[in-house]
Design a protein around this ligand. Structure first.
Ligand code: SF4
Ligand code: SF4
Ligand code: F3S
Length: 378
């Protein structure tokens, strides 16, 4: 296990010293480390070591830029349940630029961005929400007279790592839906020479963002990623394989209309459009808003928002996924999942293959299905 004894991030107190000065107790810090470790799929036995390592690092400079987007991802992030926004912004990281969260505006905000990039050149974590419109010279999103592409290229140049947060930054999301009038693309289509992590979802679960930063600080490297640059600890398992309605799916008990008896009984939402069999996300486990609920828990089908191009490949949202002849108690998750995936897209099919790989590994005892990184850290 690699724990950095020092890091190149911002000058000043270590995180441990900073937390002490802020009155954060050792116990609360250990609880936070334990929860982050659990999210990463790590044993609670390594919590004290992680806490020790994390307390010795200096808070990283984080620059957060927002491009062509709706601000929903920032709204989601500031509702992170643990730690609270105060803990994240003031304690774990040094948020040196965010035009939504900072007090400055206009030219003062632009100067703050330039200053933060210069002072932390080569060391800061760049968080990006929003897509990059390329058509018409990029005029569809300009800030301070500069296009989103220019802003991203400048900010990316001095970054140590880049987190593309949300479907817009991941691949373009609704703006990139056919016919994609603005020519929207994701961050990794522009930044090719830096590690880019896609925190998928529209919006993503805030705790996944926090856990990714936690991993980076604690282990000195980014978490293991899947074929679409998404962290495996969060996107390594299908919703369908973690869903509390799965027993109804296997029993052939389906909601046919949102006001029918099946809906009242909480049956499976596959027939009314659920894309959970073709979607990889931790929503059933981590959930939203302090674990109060998630789309399927609230009676709404998953629309596949963590999957690339879901506006084109997962629509109509209330239509059944194509290519499935029928199923019931005789069907297995793998036969159904594979059939669905083949009927959808290449990206979805790749996921079905990934599921098969996970299952084979699980049966062979070589690797756990949800978090393949599990055990390798130790
Ligand atoms: Fe908004 Fe969704 Fe884009 Fe986030 S990913 S900025 S919530 S449209
Ligand atoms: Fe859950 Fe959707 Fe799968 Fe039904 S189809 S079990 S609601 S994920
Ligand atoms: Fe998105 Fe489906 Fe979760 S729509 S929020 S991946 S349940």
């Amino acid at each position: 296990m690699f724990f950095p004894s020092a890091n190149p991030w911002v000058e000043g107190d270590t995180l441990g010293e900073h937390l002490e000065s802020r009155g954060v107790s050792r116990r609360d810090f250990l609880v936070f480390c334990g929860e982050m470790g659990a999210m990463l799929g790590l044993s609670s036995l390594v919590t004290p070591k992680m806490a020790q390592a994390l307390s010795q690092v200096r808070r990283p400079s984080v620059i957060w830029i927002q491009l062509q987007e709706c601000t929903g991802c920032v709204e989601s992030f500031i509702r992170t349940s643990d730690p609270s926004i105060g803990d994240v912004v003031l304690d774990l990281i040094s948020l040196d630029y965010s035009h939504t969260l900072m007090a400055a505006s206009g030219s003062a905000a632009e100067e703050a961005l330039q200053s933060a990039m210069q002072q932390n050149h080569g060391n800061y974590i760049l968080v990006v929400t929003g897509s990059v419109p390329l058509n018409e010279g990029g005029i569809y999103t300009t800030i301070g007279g500069r296009t989103a592409k220019t802003i991203l290229e400048e900010a990316g140049e001095g970054a140590a790592a880049v987190l593309a947060v949300g479907a817009c930054a991941h691949w373009g999301s609704v703006q990139a839906a056919s016919p994609n009038p603005t020519g929207a693309v994701g961050v990794d289509q522009i930044i090719k020479d830096k590690p880019v992590v896609n925190i998928a979802g529209c919006p993503p679960i805030a705790d996944v963002i926090t856990a990714t930063i936690f991993h980076y600080l604690t282990f000195g490297r980014l978490p293991e990623l899947d074929y679409d640059k998404r962290p495996m600890f969060a996107y390594g398992a299908r919703i369908h394989d973690q869903c509390p309605k799965r027993a109804h799916f296997d029993a052939g008990q389906f909601v046919q209309r949102f006001d029918d008896e099946g809906a009242r009984k909480g049956w499976c939402l596959y027939e009314v459009g659920c894309k959970g069999p073709a979607t990889f996300s931790p929503c059933p486990i981590i959930q939203w808003n302090d674990k109060t609920d998630w789309p399927i828990g609230a009676g709404h089908p998953c629309i596949g928002c963590t999957e690339r191009a879901f506006w084109d490949t997962m629509t109509p949202f209330y239509g059944r996924l194509p290519g499935v002849a029928g199923f019931g108690v005789e069907s297995t998750a793998d036969t159904i999942g594979l059939a669905l995936a083949v009927g959808a897209t290449a990206g979805v099919a790749a996921h079905a293959v990934a599921t098969g790989v996970h299952r084979v590994r699980e049966k062979s005892g070589k690797q756990l299905p949800i978090h393949p990184d599990n055990g390798k850290e130790g």
